[in-house]
Every structure is written in structure tokens, then in C-alpha cells.
Design a protein around this ligand. Structure first.
Ligand code: ADP
Ligand code: MG
Length: 701
């Protein structure tokens, strides 16, 4: 398969539109994509017809408004292109401009966080013209997908896309003000670019189906570590196993067809863990692509008798999965505002942009942390292999040195030179070093011409993090522009502002080991927020600071923030209850009966050996029986305690109270049940153990 033969084949791209739309209509669509506004009803009809004909040629039978409700996954409801047959009974296929532009799904069952009572269920989907339509080939048919936003009858966002688009506009407006100050009169728009590296696990489907925890929750809720974990680091970048490789090859083609520029693939650190990364694109398109990537991974894996696990921590004791959200901002003329150039010390615009980002991240570290809060990430952030729950920035030696100079002297005289690396072998090339080494423990790291935000969970929708990033940076830009637009001496006042921003906010810069215990203490001394759990991060959404920020830039109203906070509490509680009930089920139906059988087997052995040969020792069997029954007693008590914790939670009122109960009581009760069962796994006969073990799951694919 040639990449060039399949890439973008299923996308109603600009080039497809160019060949299929009349010139004026094409120009009108492009103008709206670039500068906003509405396309006329007549043009919408023309686009819709062309889109449908194109899709039908691809085999499409249905279309859908494809959107991102607050469930974290995408939603689609398929409608065929059929319209009422004519008198001769001949079918007529139709997609009208109105159907393209707007839809009204029966929206009563999506989470709204109290924005609508369920009996007022109207919600509208509206075409996002900036994100190309595409066809998706699925078992249920080939479907034309029209990316849309989803809003309530009263105009509030009920999805992840609307606020993202709002934040992109806010960022663009404020960044343009900065560019104008430095003499750029050409750029009309500034666009954040995003490339999301997606980590995932692959397991065998037959084994997966034997584990209720994987089926219901996407992670293992029990399981002792396998004798081998990731300590040899031989999985990382290792040779890709054949079965997984076949999956990857198939996946790439599927993604390429939908115009997703998947480019990097490799084995990750944990056994059975892998990664796929695309070439970066405009933020909203990258969000669509990432959602589609996750969905396609699951679908394609199934085809290969495999299951793709996107959970942040499918297996305890080995690395979890995240999503590195690479983010930069560029003009429509192609200038990356995060490119330091060869001598960043002379690049005043870059220094101002950088200092604004540092200010934004320091001031709203709590919101950035919140944007990565999802139930699975509670298992990952702050564990050894993931960034801590404390937001800090890594700049690398060159920029850090510049920051120090500016903080000290108000200006930067020179740049640390980067230099070359000599391998000591004359035939090898001289290596031109990057301006900064990497710091893999940093949650927010500068990597050359972009920031890499590493806290995002692997299953999460990246819209949230980018909405927050875009908005907080828009705010810092707007404050800088407010000052400098009044200035009579921009170079002088700009460096003054850079120094001020850095002096106030450089506490958020940290180049050391983010995994260490000392950093947690140091961060506390610096006054940086440490929000270790989802429930501790949710209140940051509705602080006065957050309401003012998002309100000022029209990204979220106070009511929208309130609703999102409700939904997050609700989600935390619901997911925790599902996990807890799954544990109860597995302990009561699978583990305890198996352990009882094992005790019986030991008891039988003791009796039979004694009878058969009174001189033979039965101390091993007796010792095992004592150990096992002690742990069984512990497990049984923990099971009762967990049941009680669930019942108590079910009888409580108020989403916040229930979520806190889940965090404070249910989660510890789950751990108390897991402990004895995992220890028993190391004792009980393999043939009696009711589910595949970690070793079976991650080493036998
Ligand atoms: P790294 O090795 O630093 O992780 P890569 O080049 O492998 O960098 O890129 C990782 C991800 O970052 C990819 O998805 C890539 O497309 C994306 N990326 C690269 N440059 C940029 C940029 N300027 N803005 C946003 N994302 C970028
Ligand atoms: Mg990376």
C-alpha cells in the first residue's frame, strides 16, 4: 500500500471541494473557514449536494453529525440519504444545506450538568466548517461524518468542541495584537498547532474476555505483578511483535485514509505498551483526529483478535499511558511564535511570548492540572513514571540561563552557545546539539519550538487541555498588549515587561527531577498548587479567578463552568462505583470460590496423606492452608467493607458529597480488597486461578 494512494482518500478536503464545487461557492467556503462568518443557504445546498455525491461514490449510505458530548467520547446518529420515494417508487438521495448546517439530535441523555432539565431536552448540532467532513468505514456501513459542535436550546456549550473553538479565536485575537506591536501587519490569524502522542496497551482479546474488570472498567482491578516487568527496559523501542505489527500496519492505513497523518510508531516502556503519533495540525483538527485515532485503534485491534486499552493505568506496577500534547502557535503566514531563532537573547518578540506563557502557566497551574483530571489519571499522575500532579515548566539550559540573566539584570546580554557533539569516532558525523536536553519528568516542557504538556491522560479528550492552554495564554497576551499598546518605546518597555513577568512567575520553572520527593516539598515552599486527585482539582473550575478568566474571553460562562464541575463529580462517582461493583463481583463470584476450592484441595491432601502414610510430613500443606485461610478471612472482611461503602455512597445526596465519599472511602476499600487477593494469587494453584494473570496478559500477545 502506497501512502500517497490512500492518504486523505476519505476526506472531503479543500482539494476535493475545489474540484467538485463551483468556483464562487468554493471561495465562499474558504473565506468562512479562514475568517469566520456564514455561508449562504444556497451555497450550503450546493456544498451538501457535492458532499453527499462524493460520499455516495465512496459507498456511503448514511450521514451523521459527529460531535463530542461531555462523555469524553464522540457521538453519532446515522441518517440515511434516502428521502421519500417518488410516485414510481424510485429512491431519491438527498442531503440539504439545512441538514448539513444544523441538526437536532434527541439530546436528552447526554450529560448536561444541570444546564437543562431532562424534560427540556433540546440541543442542536452545528457544522464546524473548519474541520473537514470525512467518511468512516464501519461494519454498520460507510458513514459520512460532519464534524459539529453541540449546544443547548439556550446556547450553552454541551460539548468539548465549542469552548475549544472559542479559545482558539480568543488566542488568535490577542496574539495578533502582540504581532502588530512588533511590526507584523500581514498575519491575519494565529492558530495553535497540536500533535498528540497517543500511548496504548494491546492485549489478546480472548484473555481480555476472561476478565470482567477489563471489560467493565478498561483496567485490571486485581493482579499480582508478573515476575518480569519493565526493569530491563527491553520493550522500549524494541522490535515490534508480529501480531501487534500487523495491527499497526492496518491502523495506519485506516488513519491515513481519514487524513490523519499518523507518522511515528514504537513500543513504549511497559510490556504490551505502544505509541502512535501524528504530524501536528491545527488544534481543532488535531482534537478530531485524536478522537478518531482512539476509536480506530479499538476497532482495528478487534479485527486482529486483540483489544486496545486506552486506560491511563491498565496494570499496576508498570507504566501507565498518557498523551503528550505538543502545542505551539503560528501565524497564518507560517511563523511559529515559539521558535526562538538562533539567538533568542535578541528575539524580543519570542522573549515576550515565552514570558507570557510562563506567567499564564504559573497563574493558572490549577486549571491546567484540572484540564487533565479524569478518573483514570488519578492512578497515573504522581506515580513514579508519570509527571507529578504539580504543574511546572522545563525550559532547558539555554532558555533557563536567559531567564536568569533577565531576572537579575533586566536584560539578556548573550546566549549559551549550543555547540557540537564529538563522538570520538572520525567516521561518524558531528552532531549539532539541541538547545536543551530533555527532562522527561517535567509536565510542561519546552522542546525546541513547542511546549509538550505531558499530564493529559491517554483516554482523555485533548480538547480540554488545549482550551485551557489557549485561554490562559490569550489572557497573558492581552495584558501585555494592554501595556505595550500605550508605550512610546516598545523595545524598552517590552523587555521591561518580560523581566516583570519572569520575576513574578519564574517560581514555576523547574529543571530538576519532577518525580522526586524533594520536589514535592520544594514546590510547596514555592507555593505551587499540588492537586493530587480529580476531586481535589474540580473546585478550580469554579473559582472567581476561573470564572473571570473564561468569562472575559467568552470561552465559558459561569453556568457552563458550574455544569462541567457537576459532570466531573458525577463521572468520578459513577466510574468509581462501577469499579467497586466490579471488584465485588469478581471477588464474590470468581476469586473467593476459587480460593475455597484451593483450601479444600489442601485439606483433602492433609487428610489423605495422613491416612495413606502417617509418617509423612503434611506441614507444607498445613502451612499453606493456614496462610490461605488467613488471607481469605481478610479478603472476605474487605469485601463486606466495600459493599457497605458502596451502599453508603448510594444513599448519599449531592454529587460533590458522593464523589468525595468515593475518593475518601470507596477507593481505599477497593485497595483493601485487592491486597489479600493479589497475595493469594501468588499462593493458589495456577489451574484454579479464575482469570488470566498479568504475565498471561502482557507477555502472551
Ligand atoms: P519529540 O521527539 O520532542 O517528542 P517529535 O518530533 O517526535 O518531538 O514530535 C512529537 C509530536 O509533536 C508529534 O506529534 C509532532 O508532530 C508534534 N510537533 C512537532 N513540532 C510541533 C509544533 N511546532 N507544534 C506542535 N506540535 C509539534
Ligand atoms: Mg515527545
Amino acid at each position: 500500500m502506497k501512502i500517497s494512494d490512500c492518504f486523505g482518500d476519505n476526506v472531503f478536503s479543500k482539494s476535493v471541494m475545489q474540484t467538485r464545487l463551483p468556483r464562487e461557492v468554493y471561495d465562499e467556503v474558504c473565506a468562512v473557514m479562514e475568517h469566520g462568518g456564514q455561508i449562504s443557504t444556497q451555497s450550503a445546498d450546493v456544498v451538501a449536494k457535492a458532499m453527499m455525491e462524493w460520499a455516495v461514490e465512496k459507498g456511503a449510505t448514511h450521514y451523521t453529525h459527529w460531535f463530542m458530548p461531555l462523555t469524553g467520547v464522540t457521538a453519532e446518529k446515522h441518517d440515511s440519504f434516502l428521502s421519500k420515494p417518488d410516485e414510481q417508487g424510485k429512491v431519491i438521495l438527498r442531503l440539504t444545506g439545512k441538514q448539513l448546517i444544523m441538526g437536532e439530535p434527541d439530546a436528552s441523555s447526554f450529560p448536561t450538568g444541570g444546564l437543562r432539565a431532562t424534560h427540556y431536552a433540546r440541543g442542536y448540532t452545528a457544522w464546524d466548517i473548519t474541520s473537514p467532513a470525512f467518511v468512516k468505514e464501519m461494519a454498520c456501513g460507510t458513514i459520512l461524518c460532519i464534524p459539529t459542535v453541540f449546544i443547548s436550546y439556550t446556547g450553552e456549550a454541551l460539548d468539548n468542541k465549542t469552548p475549544l473553538l472559542r479559545s482558539m479565536e480568543a488566542l488568535s485575537q490577542q496574539a495578533i495584537r502582540i504581532l502588530r506591536l512588533f511590526g507584523d501587519q500581514n498575519a491575519k490569524k494565529v492558530i495553535p498547532s497540536v500533535g498528540a502522542e497517543q500511548e496504548y496497551f494491546i492485549v489478546d482479546r480472548e484473555k481480555y474476555l476472561k476478565r470482567r474488570d477489563l471489560i467493565y472498567t478498561g483496567r485490571t482491578l486485581f493482579g499480582a505483578p508478573a515476575p518480569k516487568g519493565q526493569e530491563l527496559e527491553d520493550q522500549y523501542f524494541g522490535v515490534i511483535r508480529e501480531r501487534v505489527g500487523e495491527f499497526m500496519a492496518d491502523l495506519n492505513v485506516e488513519l491515513w485514509k481519514m487524513g490523519i497523518p499518523a507518522t511515528t510508531q514504537h513500543n513504549e516502556v511497559a510490556p504490551a505498551q505502544h505509541e502512535s503519533a501524528p504530524i501536528y495540525t491545527a488544534c481543532n483538527v488535531a482534537v478530531d483526529h485524536n478522537q478518531l485515532t482512539m476509536e480506530t485503534m479499538k476497532r482495528v485491534a478487534n479485527r486482529h483478535g486483540l483489544v486496545c486499552l486506552l486506560h491511563e493505568k491498565p496494570f499496576a506496577g508498570v507504566n501507565g499511558s498518557g498523551k503528550h500534547n505538543n502545542w505551539s502557535i503560528s501565524t497564518d503566514t507560517g511563523e511559529n511564535l515559539l521558535d526562538p531563532g538562533n539567538t533568542p537573547s535578541d528575539n524580543l518578540q519570542f522573549l515576550l511570548v515565552l514570558s507570557c506563557i510562563i506567567k499564564a502557566v504559573d497563574r493558572h497551574a490549577d486549571l491546567l492540572r484540572m484540564s487533565t483530571a479524569c478518573v483514570g489519571n488519578d492512578q497515573r499522575l504522581g506515580a513514579d513514571e508519570a509527571p507529578p500532579a504539580i504543574v511546572s515548566i522545563f525550559l532547558g539550559s539555554q532558555l533557563e540561563d536567559l531567564v536568569e540573566q533577565i531576572v537579575k539584570n533586566g536584560t539578556a546580554a548573550d546566549c549559551l552557545s549550543v555547540g557540537q557533539l564529538d563522538t570520538g569516532v572520525s567516521t561518524l558525523p558531528l552532531i549539532h546539539k539541541d538547545a536543551a536536553d530533555r527532562n522527561r519528568t517535567s509536565p510542561f516542557a519546552f522542546t525546541g519550538n513547542k511546549f509538550e504538556f505531558r499530564m493529559v491522560g491517554s483516554s482523555d479528550c485533548i480538547a480540554n487541555s488545549n482550551t485551557v492552554l489557549n485561554t490562559i495564554v490569550a489572557e497573558a497576551f492581552s495584558e501585555a498588549a494592554d501595556v505595550l499598546e500605550q508605550s512610546g518605546d516598545i523595545p524598552r518597555d517590552a523587555i521591561g515587561l518580560v523581566a516583570e513577568n519572569l520575576r513574578k512567575h519564574s517560581r514555576v520553572i523547574f529543571n530538576g527531577n519532577g518525580y522526586s520527593e524533594e520536589w514535592i516539598q520544594e514546590a510547596a515552599r514555592r507555593g505551587l498548587p499540588n492537586l493530587p486527585s480529580m476531586v481535589s482539582a474540580i473546585p478550580t473550575l469554579t473559582t472567581e479567578k476561573a470564572i473571570e478568566l473564561f468569562g472575559k474571553f467568552g470561552v465559558f460562562t459561569a453556568a457552563e463552568l458550574e455544569s462541567r464541575s457537576e459532570i466531573m463529580y458525577e463521572t468520578f462517582a459513577k466510574v468509581t462505583f462501577i469499579e467497586a461493583r466490579t471488584m465485588v463481583h469478581m471477588a464474590a463470584k470468581h476469586y473467593i470460590p476459587a480460593i475455597v476450592r484451593y483450601c479444600t484441595r489442601l485439606g483433602d491432601s492433609v487428610c489423605k496423606v495422613r491416612t495413606a502414610c502417617p509418617q509423612a510430613s503434611v506441614t507444607v500443606q498445613e502451612k499453606l492452608l493456614l496462610q490461605t485461610s488467613a488471607l481469605l478471612t481478610e479478603a472476605s472482611a474487605a469485601l463486606e467493607a466495600l459493599r457497605e461503602a458502596i451502599d453508603r455512597g448510594n444513599s448519599m445526596e449531592g454529587v460533590k458529597e458522593v464523589a468525595n465519599h468515593c475518593h475518601d472511602t470507596v477507593v481505599p476499600a477497593m485497595k483493601a480488597l485487592r491486597d489479600p487477593i493479589d497475595r493469594l494469587e501468588m499462593i493458589v494453584d495456577k489451574d484454579l486461578w479464575p482469570v488470566p494473570t498479568y504475565g498471561d496478559l502482557v507477555f502472551e500477545v
